[in-house]
Design a protein around this ligand. Sequence first.
Ligand code: NI
Length: 179
Amino acid sequence: MAILKIARMGHPVLLRRADPVADPGAPEIRRLVADMIETMEDAPGVGLAAPQVFCSLRLFVFRVPGDRSGVDPDDSPMGNTVLINPVLEPIGEEKVLGWEGCLSIPGMRAAVPRAKRVRYRGVDCDGNVVSGEVSGFHARVVQHEYDHLDGILYTMRMTDFGLFGFNEELNKAAEEAQR
Ligand code: NI
């Protein structure tokens, strides 16, 4: 296993539509998934898409830590999960604004509108179907990672650039506000 180099915003690999994975069980795909999980945990992050490690393929890994999932039962915690050749669709029209960061835009975060609920479906390396109908943080992570497969970064989804900043400054401001 290895920790992979992560592409940063500005690199063209992050802007192209990734190609489908021909054989999810191929040894090189299994190795890539294992390395991506290791890289995500090391960062640390809650999601990582193949284009972020310079592989323009339709797969991503993610996790939903217990302390990030919400009160909604569909916003459930989840261990390390891989989704290969995923499809994703919003359920309903409702959008919610929430903070997100991206390993390709280090040190920053922004409030980004996302569908409140989504349905997704993909396969893992053994060809098992991985699917869910989820909401909240879980839905946000999946939408963010899925966007990477279409060459879309969260900055391209933002509606209020006033809600965009460096983590250090935003954390400082939040602490000040609490005093
Ligand atoms: Ni990202």
